[in-house]
Structure formats: structure tokens, C-alpha cells
Design a protein around this ligand. Structure first.
Ligand SMILES: [Zn+2]
Length: 281
């Protein structure tokens, strides 16, 4: 448990695009003394998260943008929450903050599996357990019971209880954002996915930790939707970030070369995101 002046970030997944080489896609656990928040929930993240404990021990999940490598394990986390609900007869409802369109996305995704039509009988659940039966009787999709889905506009401040997350619209897909958490005088900035985007420089100003994507190096096509490792380094330098965590490398990229390219652009301490290391701010 972090002390009250700390932010601790644990990398649960850092692979860009798809979970190659035994790695998980985007997922970062951010802990403060009073909260545990998951930033993004790509394939492989649920396994890493549940390896930390027997239950889904997070208060909230926030999603930077609705791409599969940032969202698909929401289904797995939803199943874990539903199973814990049945087992313990207590629902641990997790706030799920998504960009606009997130609720419709989750409904479509969950709809593929017919969750709305599940039934739960007294025999399955035992006496005195009403809530999940009521969900089934009402024809509701239980994903919306285990998750308290809220949408935010690009640029909005998202209130997650003890912690607030500031967002910045970035240049990737419509609705995509970067995220910033300020807590106890510490600043954590996560770019999400974006091509080079000037407003990020101010947004990431003086960050204690900048988690920046560097998906493709020089081989990517002009106009690609991602930064290069060199651009991540440039962002660290321009913003005055004290530490850069380079992440979301594409499968065909070479980690040491990407690290060198980022380092060549800044005087900031640079490291590659490695599951499941923790960084204490
Ligand atoms: Zn991505």
C-alpha cells in the first residue's frame, strides 16, 4: 500500500496492437493510499491483475480509447466480478470511465455473448440471493451491474473518488484521450495512443512520470496514428518530464533500439515498460 504522498504505477501490459511474445496489451495499475485505478484493459491484463490477488481489487477502470488492445479484457474482468458476486453474495461494483460511445461499445461487445439473456435460478444461487436474479428477470445485461459505466467528453475531468483524472483529446481516433493524475504533489501522465500532438507538451508539463507510447520507429508510414520512440523522447524533453516510461512498442520493434532512439532525444531518465514492474513516485 503506498503511503499518502505516493503514486505507484505497476505495468500490467505494455504490448502495442496485440499481445505478442507472452506480453499483455495496455494496462497500468495506479495506486495511491486511498485508491486503486486501472488505466486501460487490453488482452492479457485481466490475468496480470488477478495474479496480484484473488479478487478484482480496483475501484475504477478508465479507458483512453475504444480499440481492442485497450479494452478487450473488460469482458474477462466483468466475468471475475460476476463470479465474485455469486460467491460472496456481495457485488463489488467497479466504476468504468470510458470515452463517449463507451457504453454502446460495451453493450455491443457484451451482446455478442448474450449476457442479457442469462438466467439465474434459486438452485444455482441459493436462497436469499436476489440481486443477480433480479438482473436476469429485468432482462438487463449484467455487465452494466458489475460495471458502473460513465462516459466522459474529451478534455473532461473524471472524478474517481479520491483521485481525479484529467483528460486531453489526442490525435489517434475520435474520442481518444491522454490522461493525467495529480496526487500529493506528484504528476503522472499517460499518453494513451496518439501520433505526435503538440498540446501534449503542456499537458505533460513537469510530469514526475511520463508513460508515452512509441509504437513505430522510422519505418512507419507518414501520417501513422502513433508516435515513434524518438518522438516520445522529444515529448519528454519538451515537457520537462523527469522520467519517461516508453511503452506500446509494436511487435516488430526492437526494444533496445527503441530505448536508444528515445534516449537520444532527451536528458530524461528513460526505461522500457516491463510487466509487472512497479514505479514509485
Ligand atoms: Zn493501442
Amino acid at each position: 500500500m503506498p503511503d499518502r504522498n505516493e503514486i505507484v504505477l505497476t505495468v500490467l501490459g505494455a504490448a502495442g496492437g496485440y499481445p505478442y511474445g507472452g506480453h499483455a496489451c495496455s494496462g497500468y495499475l495506479v495506486e495511491t493510499a486511498g485508491s486503486r485505478i486501472l488505466l486501460d484493459c487490453g488482452p492479457g491484463v485481466a490475468a496480470r491483475l488477478l495474479a496480484l490477488g484473488r479478487a478484482v481489487d480496483v475501484d475504477a477502470i478508465t479507458i483512453t480509447h475504444i480499440h481492442p488492445d485497450h479494452t478487450l479484457d473488460l469482458v474477462a474482468v466483468g466475468y471475475a466480478l460476476m463470479t465474485e458476486w455469486i460467491k460472496h453474495r456481495t457485488l463489488h461494483r467497479v466504476k468504468l470511465a470510458m470515452p463517449e460511445g463507451g457504453a454502446a461499445y460495451l453493450e455491443r461487445l457484451s451482446g455478442l455473448f448474450g449476457h442479457k439473456y442469462w438466467t439465474f435460478t434459486d438452485d444455482e444461487l441459493g436462497p436469499g440471493f436476489a440481486s443477480l436474479r433480479e438482473v436476469a428477470r429485468a432482462g438487463r445485461d449484467w455487465m452494466f451491474d458489475v460495471f458502473d459505466v460513465v462516459e466522459f467528453a474529451p478534455g473532461a475531468r473524471v472524478d474517481l473518488g479520491p483521485v481525479t483524472v484529467d483528460t486531453l483529446p489526442v490525435d489517434h481516433i475520435p474520442g481518444a484521450v491522454a490522461m493525467r493524475i495529480d496526487h500529493a504533489g506528484k504528476r503522472l501522465v499517460y499518453t494513451g495512443d496518439t501520433r505526435w500532438h503538440g498540446p501534449l507538451v503542456d499537458f505533460a508539463r513537469d510530469a514526475d512520470l511520463l508513460v508515452a507510447e512509441g509504437h513505430f520507429s522510422g519505418s512507419h508510414p507518414p501520417g501513422g496514428a502513433h508516435m515513434s520512440p524518438a518522438e516520445a523522447g522529444r515529448l519528454a524533453r519538451a515537457s520537462g518530464a523527469r522520467r519517461l516510461l516508453l511503452t506500446h512498442l509494436a511487435a516488430l520493434e526492437d526494444g533496445p533500439s527503441a530505448l536508444d532512439a528515445a534516449k537520444a532525444e532527451c536528458n530524461t531518465a528513460v526505461e522500457l515498460a516491463v510487466e509487472t514492474t512497479s514505479i514509485r513516485l
